[in-house]
Design a protein around this ligand. Sequence first.
Ligand code: GLC
Length: 662
Amino acid sequence: MTKRASPVKNGQLFRAFLIGSIGAGLLGGSALSGLQAKPATDWPALAHPIAKDAAMEARIAEIVAGMTLRQKIGQMTQADIRSVTPDQVREHYLGSILNGGGAWPGGKKQATVADWVALADAHYKASMATDMKVKIPVIWGTDAVHGHNNVFKATLFPHNIGLGAARDPKLVGRIAHLTAKQVRATGITWAFAPTVAVVQNPRWGRTYESYSSDPALVRQYAVEFVKAMQGNLTGSDTTIASVKHFLGDGGTYLGKDQGETRATREQLIRTHAPGYFGALEGGVQTVMISYSSWTDTGAGKPQGKMHGNRELITDVLKGKLGFDGLVVSDWNAIEQVKGCTRTHCPQAINAGIDMIMVPDDWKQFIEETIVDVEKGVIPTSRIDDAVKRILRVKMRTGLFDRSPIPAASAEADMASDVMRTTAREAVSKSLVLLKNNKRSPLPLKRSAKILLVGKGADKVTPQLGGWSLTWQGDETDDNDYPLADDMLSALQKAVGDGGKVDFSADAIGVDLKGYDAVLVVHAERPYAEMKGDISYPASLRHSERYPDDYAALERVSGKGVPVVSVLFSGRPVYANDLINMSDAFIAAWLPGTEGQGVTDVLFGGAKDFQGKLPFDWPGASCPETARKPVLFRRGYGLKLAKKSNLGRLPEDGVETCPALAE
Ligand code: GLC
């Protein structure tokens, strides 16, 4: 746990410290550890569980020696299934395909598992039908970031932020293995997970993909996740993992997606790298590079975009940290490297990227990269190293020796009982009780008469967040999630005989007489990546961004019936006004399909709250410049047994944050 200093009281130093600290951990995180703890002199030496196999390396060398340049560059290319056919995989010797968020077989959102398997089989067979001396199987990668979230009827687990709140590394391992089972059931053998970002500012639209601002917790989770997802690498129900996004994705200034991470080398090592140390020690086989850039604030030197950073990718990740798997770029990310386009970036390959995610323009990329090698802009040795790494990963996972196509029975793995009970357990463990004052009706009685309020309460999409069937988690409805429970269905299942649940989206005109409790659901709309950024100077106040939630709560608060608020969000937000109007307040994050995990705890019984905040909880709309930026510290969380005595919180009506000196 990093030690925390008492914030400097007044003056410029406080402001500079504050912004720096927000940029490095919402006042509770790593800026202090970077300033105070013993300086991390260098990158650690790591223990790697998977040694190179001499016979395998000899076989790899022999295959590479027999490949043409075009075959090698094809092997280094990853295309999206919407832009490539199996026949083109064969013709152009492609090494990998992916399905980006919202890409399904045949463009069908409700494609069946059999559809996924058929497409995987077609691509696999095509890759094994090339005119190469030694056929190399294609490998399919997918963003299974909270279960196999692109697949219709798959059980979706809580997003990482909720798992961070659960503080249960073994649970994370169980979820990783179940996710791998779901992925393998569709004929896919590579998951682009875990994300080990150590988020420093909740403005980032990907905050929910982070476990915590605590590097030590992220490292612990990374080990468990990778070991469970990958198993011994050759299992029929495991996949290879992809730890991402290297390096410093969660530390950008003001949480801007794909922005600039301002950190000393020491902060990179202490704050942003521990998830990689854990993943590498867990034997992770692939690393995905970050869109972000790094400015070395120690040396006062911009280092440019990570996709062109040879020192960190080759000298550090592959050198000092000893990573011998493959490094993959992010979606068209090479175009952000100075002097590059999405089809031409020798800088990225020379920096150490082995597989290039060129979803659509992959043909042009192949042609332009061949020319670079022929002209000596990219050394052949670099190409050979990249192809050897790709073959090493494919060979280690047995892809050369067996088809990735599963037995038909594997389909049951998408939403098996164990999937759903494990997801439901994770939901319950992820809930953080922030307020439970004496008038709180928790735990609810099953005989209770409950009014459920909120436009996010009778649909499941607010619980899922981004990366759910579609990239943004939007353009979907409850028909796309026939097995899921939203709050209304979960409550209806929870109340017993004599109990009653009524629903009103906005509580307009509802007479509260006769109800034992009102449950108000507040929810962010789903988002992913940059579309979820709360860009400075916008306010972090939830009711500023979602006034309907505030209005609904205001209609039922203080009317003599106790009110419980449940917030579905991908980040901690400023909610003093909502907390003040609630007798109990629960941060439920993005729990996924198993909404009954929420009601299991609301009705108490065997389950109590165990969640602890994975990030500091804002005490102001603009934490970057507030005098009291934090309301609850990371680690805070109440239990039902002990009522809180939370007095009225100050409410800042800030709509737009003040200008910052850059
Ligand atoms: C996205 C994300 C990355 C994901 C990739 C493929 O832009 O940054 O996390 O794995 O593209 O969908």
